[in-house]
Write a protein that binds this ligand. Structure first.
Ligand SMILES: Nc1ncnc2c1ncn2[C@@H]1O[C@H](COP(=O)(O)OP(=O)(O)OP(=O)(O)O)[C@@H](O)[C@H]1O
Ligand SMILES: [Mg+2]
Length: 288
């Protein structure tokens, strides 16, 4: 993840986001404006109000939005709560609509084809796994990684180009308390890139954000989200999704390890990603 230097201030009905790097502010503002002006039916975004210079910093002003954070629904969905399951379905449907919006945004830097992804997933681990605890974690991880050839057999259906959110985590999603409409915030990483990034990041972040889910059943939250997105879930598609999820989990692990020396939180993230991979690979469909 690139380092970002920003601050968010709530003032009345508005939210002010201050950037050190003007290009980043402009990028987020353009994405928000394109999405807002597209007038989506299945989700809302904050209305962008202004972009301006304030004492040497670039500032975005937008509408303050609200609702229940999606994270509150995740465990409930896993336990079979119908309202929570419906909310996750709505989030999937809304993401599909976001992905269909036409916008003139830059391409994502990490928009790799699946073959390149395989190479990155495998080769980047080699130099991460150099010493001590890292080597231990990587040794464990290698037991759950697919063989590189396996990547070539997987269908490409979640790799189509879309307008993606870029950080599609539960913490950037609210559910409107009256209408149950999903509300998306933080388009700082929005770009044109493969759809799997949002789909897989969502599932992996749900898993790493709520470890208890892995026992309660990640599928309880994952399935309604994916059904909302795809309408149905043919097994061929599910295989390609699980590959994308495993790949994103590897990236979480890699980022955590690279930033290690950096506290218990990151080590925990790495372990959770690892555990997630293990659970994912135990599900019958992943035959590596
Ligand atoms: N338009 C908004 N309406 C209401 N709350 C908002 C809005 N924008 C941001 N927030 C609140 O501020 C927090 C940080 O905003 P945002 O994610 O856009 O900034 P960030 O710099 O990416 O922060 P982080 O790194 O924590 O994600 C959000 O998690 C949310 O709680
Ligand atoms: Mg954010």
């Amino acid at each position: 993840m690139p380092q970002r230097s920003r601050a968010v201030v709530v003032r009345g009905d508005t939210v002010i986001k201050l950037y050190e790097i003007p290009e980043e502010a402009l990028k987020e503002y353009s994405a928000l404006l394109s999405i807002y002006e597209a007038g989506p039916k299945h989700f809302r975004v904050p209305k962008p109000l202004a972009i301006k210079e304030v004492r040497g910093r670039t500032v975005i002003v937008m509408e303050k939005v609200g609702g229940t954070p999606l994270s509150r629904y995740v465990m409930r969905a896993a336990r079979g709560d119908r309202e929570a399951i419906r909310s996750l379905f709505f989030v999937g449907r809304a993401l599909r609509e976001l992905h269909s919006i036409k916008a003139d945004l830059p391409r994502c830097r990490a928009a790799a084809s699946r073959t390149e992804m395989a190479h990155e997933a495998v080769s980047s681990l080699e130099w991460v796994c150099s010493d001590g605890v890292r080597a231990l974690l990587c040794g464990l991880l290698s037991r759950y990684l697919p063989k590189p050839e396996y990547f070539l057999e997987v269908s490409n259906e979640v790799f189509f180009d879309s307008l993606i959110h870029g950080e599609f985590y539960p913490s950037h999603i609210f559910i409107d308390d009256d209408s149950s409409t999903p509300v998306f915030i933080d388009f700082g990483f929005s770009c044109i890139g493969p759809a799997y990034i949002d789909l897989a990041m969502f599932v992996v972040s749900v898993a790493t954000g709520a470890p208890a889910l892995l026992n309660a059943g990640l599928e309880g939250a994952r399935t309604p989200f994916l059904l909302g997105y795809f309408g149905s879930l043919p097994s061929r598609l599910d295989l390609s999704l699980k590959l994308a999820e495993a790949y994103i989990a590897v990236r979480v692990l890699r980022d955590s390890l690279l930033k290690a020396g950096g506290g218990i939180d990151r080590a925990l993230q790495a372990l959770l990603a690892l555990y997630f991979l293990r659970v994912a690979s135990k599900r019958g469909e992943l035959r590596w």
